[in-house]
Write a protein that binds this ligand. Structure first.
Ligand code: ZN
Length: 153
């Protein structure tokens, strides 16, 4: 069988303002005391960082294996975004985060492509990152995070 390029596909030259790689996967959990040990067992590594993101009222816990990171998200109170997410959809995959070199350039590019940003300006997220989320209504229901390491530029 012949492989054909998909419709409208174009070969893009690599640019320095593209999505570089998946930086981490965010997983919504009810309780760190239960879920951190679960993921420590799965990945056979210890959680290396727990951090509260005040603006989102969420606690984050990070694990790393090879190049890949998992961010566990626990609501810091019962009305936080993660509590609401779990109430609606249960525990599980919450978002996919892409590493970008220039978050503002990527935000502009995606707005020009018709996507909706959940925050108009990059904001301080966990793990020393500037972050921005895309509204899942235009992304097949997948919440997408852009993140740029602070101090990278
Ligand atoms: Zn994240």
């Amino acid at each position: 069988m012949e492989l054909k390029p998909s419709r409208n596909s174009t070969i893009r030259k690599p640019k320095n303002n593209d999505m570089n790689k998946i930086e981490h996967l965010g997983i919504a959990v009810k309780n760190f005391d239960i879920s951190i040990p679960v993921f420590e067992k799965i990945l056979n590594t210890k959680c290396y960082k727990i951090e509260k993101v005040e603006s989102e009222r969420v606690n984050t816990a990070f694990l790393k294996t090879g190049e890949s990171k998992i961010e566990l998200l626990e609501s810091a109170d019962e009305s936080g975004v993660i509590a609401k997410f779990i109430e609606k959809r249960g525990e599980g995959l919450h978002h996919i985060a892409f590493d970008v070199t220039d978050i503002e350039a990527e935000m502009k590019r995606l707005v020009n492509e018709g996507f909706v940003l959940l925050n108009e300006l990059p904001k301080k997220g966990a793990d020393n990152k500037l972050v921005c989320f895309l509204h899942p209504k235009n992304t097949n229901g997948v919440l997408i995070e852009l993140c740029q390491e602070i101090g990278e530029q």
